[in-house]
Design a protein around this ligand. Structure first.
Ligand code: ADP
Length: 824
């Protein structure tokens, strides 16, 4: 209302303003007339005075009115603001009211539900009370029954007592009957017995005489033995005296001091030139200090030899003289066939079995995965005592299971950690792999400590158990688990398990002490630790799985950032080609084959080829059609692009192609699934994208050739398995493939070693060349091909020779440690 009022007043003021403006106009007009001289001046002045006084009054009142209005307007605006604020408050209150209304209605509905429940619970209560009375009557019945049972038990006890008394009586009767029978028999035969006694006495007399004679003989033997012992002692004494005299004539200590100095300088020179390791140099220096006879004779013996030969003679001093039996413990994340992802699993069981066959005591420690093949451990049982191990500042219990796998004793560790570390349905690929496996490594060492084991060798494998090396030296040697040398085998330098340095602390390792460039610090990031590097630094023996790969990883291109570390530890680093388990991979006994066969009877191989073709729904009309296979993990390392290319090229060249593989990389898996779909009904190609152990056996047996076009390959087992089954490898010359496949057409290789087709560059052109040559041989030289198949089936890829190389490394390391322990 007030606003309307002021509006009206403003309008009035505006009209008055117009009125004033009109007066001003009039004044102006008059002024103009004046200047034109048309009006009398006095009149004008008079008029002007009248107008200006009226005007002045009007203006004054008008401006007063305006000021008033302005003030009023301002106060109104303020009031408006206040009103607006109140209005918004009212709105909020409205909203709150609405919410409260909603709450009220939801509470009403919950109240209703509760009421229903109350009604239901009333029902339950009445049921419970009826159950209670039922229970009471039942209880009374049970009590009655119990009384009856007690009574029956007492009666049964009495019956048992009577029965026992009866049995005893029966026994007594039986004995009496027996003695009665005996007495009868005795009476009947007493005459015969008398005669028999006489005969016996005669015999005994004869025996006495013989005994006396042999006593005399023994006595004379003893006498002559004593005589010869005396003679031996005399000779020994004379020899001792002679040797003492000789020693006095030419004592070691009397060798000129220059001799020992020269020897020392020789050793230092070799050490500086890195021809012998620091440990070996230390050992030789000790021998020189002790004026050791053997080093002196080694030096005298090698006078005419070149330096290489002299070093070899000296190094023999460090190797054990006798091959003693060792206690070897493998700590690993895989073991075939119970927990296998790739080659590592095969190595742990293959090497373990071969060492066991050679008389060593071999034990394996594995995580107890939920996804293991438990059918293959029928004697698996849990031990009563849990092993407690440290992690993240606390102690956790581990249940320890034992069982045999492939005849080897295996300990399975089941951590009772809330992270359920090995209950993930898969072996690897979890976000907390670093945590899971560092926990396992520590628990494994704890098991050895608490079981009081004194192994000679602890052999850990790949990054998952590489923590064992630093844990052993930093934490477990001080606790008394100190009998072992540590051997670390890296099966693939692609996987190093590096992680933020702080994560190392979980398993109790000292981050500050280990995150250093010469210890565990990752070579490409100083805030990360690299478990594989740690194992290289902290192990006594470091191996990888083929000599060629060992050389490759010492270069910047293939070393995956560890080449410098490997170079500075090269003295203890060696490549040993894996073997294969020739019992598990044996075409003569393989239960997965349609027809078993051996090198002498390779015609049966064709039956397996037909069986596979039928099983996979491929054309089997032309038995001669070459079948080319590939069995692999589909990862970039394996040359995925060349595998894909091989499929198309084989079909172009008139062959058949089978791929068995699966990929942990979703993109690759999808890509191959698409290809597999395209060839689903093709009569000459099939892609089976899964892991299938049984099918892999049949494919090895059925195929004529197996392709392994790897970009890099630490060792590779498929080429060896293929050869054992008479399938000729077509492989890229890299790593272990370079050490096991030698080209049929390579004149630089002795004929007896040629066993496959190889190519160097990882491109389609180079691959085509090898594939085409292989098919040419297959299609045109049938007899030669057969001979080649028989030859490769006879190559010995067993673990025996590889295991003996490991044995030699173990022995050397153990005896070196013992020597230095004795000398200290
Ligand atoms: P890696 O260890 O790099 O995978 P290897 O050649 O050293 O390669 O070992 C591969 C092992 O895994 C062989 O025993 C091979 O037969 C087996 N293998 C690979 N892929 C499959 C598959 N899809 N199904 C069955 N066995 C497979």
């Amino acid at each position: 209302m007030k606003l309307a009022e002021t509006d009206a007043r403003l309008k009035v003021a505006a009209q008055e303003k117009i009125h004033v403006e009109l007066l001003e106009d009039q004044l102006e007009k008059m002024r103009n007339e004046l200047s034109g001289g048309s009006v009398n001046e006095e009149h004008i002045q008079e008029m002007a005075n009248i107008v200006s006084s009226a005007q002045l009054d009007l203006v004054n009142s008008f401006s007063q009115e305006l000021d008033l209005l302005r003030a009023e307007n301002m106060s109104l605006k303020d009031e408006l603001k206040v009103l607006k604020a109140e209005l918004s408050n009212i709105k909020e209150t409205d909203q709150r009211l609405q919410m409260l209304e909603e709450d009220r209605s939801s509470m009403e509905s919950s109240l209703k539900k509760l009421e229903y429940k109350l009604v239901a619970s009333h029902d339950d209560v009445s049921k419970i009370s009826s159950l209670k009375s039922e229970y009471k009557t039942l209880y009374e019945k049970v009590e009655d029954l119990q009384k009856l049972l007690d009574k029956a038990t007492k009666q049964a006890d009495q019956a048992i007592l009577v029965l026992q008394q009866n049995q005893e009586l029966r026994k007594k009767v039986d004995r009496l009957e027996e003695s009665l029978g005996e007495a009868d028999a005795y009476r009947l035969s007493s005459e015969k017995m008398q005669h028999y006694n006489e005969l016996m006495q005669q015999k005994m007399k004869l025996l006495d005489e013989r005994l006396q004679r042999s006593d005399e003989e023994i006595h004379s033997y003893v006498q002559s033995y004593q005589d010869s012992m005396k003679e031996f002692q005399d000779t020994l004494n004379t020899l001792k005296q002679e040797s003492k005299k000789r020693a006095e004539d030419e004592p070691m200590n009397d060798k000129p001091r220059e001799f020992w100095s020269r020897l020392l300088l020789l050793i230092d020179g070799w050490s500086l030139e890195k021809k012998i390791s620091v440990d070996e140099a230390k050992l030789f220096r000790e021998m020189i200090r002790n004026r050791d006879e053997s080093i002196c004779s080694a030096y005298m013996l090698s006078k005419q030899k070149n330096e290489g030969e002299i070093i070899a003679t000296f190094l023999k001093l460090t190797s054990p003289t006798t091959s003693e039996k060792l206690h070897v413990i493998h700590i690993a994340a895989e073991m075939a066939p119970v927990a296998k992802v790739g080659g590592l699993g095969d190595v742990v069981s293959g090497l373990g079995k071969a060492l066991q066959k050679n008389g060593h005591l071999v034990e394996i420690i594995l995580p107890k995965y939920d996804c293991m093949n438990y059918e293959l451990i029928p004697d698996l049982k849990a031990l009563d005592v849990p092993i407690e191990s440290y992690f993240d500042g606390r102690l956790f219990k581990n249940k320890v299971w034992v069982g045999t796998v492939e005849g080897l004793p295996v300990y399975f560790i089941e951590p009772h950690h809330p992270g359920k570390f090995f209950w993930r349905g898969q072996f690897y690929g979890e976000q907390d792999d670093f945590k899971r496996f560092s926990f396992f490594s520590r628990a494994a060492l704890e098991l050895l400590l608490q079981a009081g084991k004194k192994p000679d060798i602890i052999h850990c494998h790949d990054w998952q158990t590489s923590f064992v090396a630093p844990l052993y030296w930093d934490l477990y040697v001080p606790k008394g688990l100190n009998s072992a040398r540590i051997c670390f085998t890296c099966h693939n330098f692609e996987y190093q398990g590096s992680a933020p340095a702080s994560e190392l602390a979980s398993c109790g390792l000292d981050v500050y002490h280990l995150n250093r460039p010469d210890r565990m610090q990752d070579n490409s990031a100083n805030d990360r630790v690299n478990p594989v590097k740690g194992a290289i630094v902290f192990s006594n023996i470091v191996t990888t799985v083929s000599p060629s790969y060992a050389q490759e990883v010492q270069t910047a291109e293939a070393g995956r950032g560890l080449h410098a570390t490997l170079n500075s530890h090269s003295k203890k680093f060696v490549g040993i080609l894996n073997g294969i388990d020739t019992d598990a991979w044996n075409p003569a006994t393989d239960p997965f084959l349609k027809v078993q066969y051996n090198w002498n009877d390779i015609e049966a191989k064709a039956d397996n080829k037909q069986a596979l073709r039928r099983r996979l729904g491929m054309s089997s009309s032309n038995t001669k059609l070459p079948l080319i296979a590939c069995i692999t993990r589909l990862v970039p390392q394996k040359g995925v692009h060349l595998i894909r290319h091989a499929l198309y090229r084989t079909l172009e060249l008139g062959g058949q192609f089978v791929l068995l593989g699966s990929s942990p990389v979703p993109q690759i898996q999808r890509e191959f699934e698409d290809i597999a779909n395209n060839f689903k009904t093709h009569e000459d190609a099939r892609l089976i994208l899964k892991y299938d152990e049984a099918l892999s056996h049949l494919i090895y047996a059925a195929s004529d050739m197996l392709i392994i076009p790897s970009i890099f390959e630490p060792c590779g087992l498929t080429q060896m398995i293929a050869m054992r089954y008479g399938s000729i490898p077509i492989a890229r010359k890299t790593g272990g493939l370079n050490d096991s496949v030698f080209d049929v057409d390579d004149d630089a290789v002795p004929v007896q070693y040629r066993n496959g087709f190889t190519f160097l560059k990882a491109d389609e052109k180079a691959f085509n060349n090898a594939l085409e040559r292989a098919l040419h041989h297959y299609n045109n030289y049938g007899d030669d091909w057969k001979q080649l198949v028989q030859k490769v089936m006879n190559i010995d890829f067993s673990w025996e020779s590889s295991a003996s190389l490991y044995e030699e490394l173990y022995q050397k390391s153990v005896s070196r440690a013992r020597r230095s322990a004795n000398q200290n």
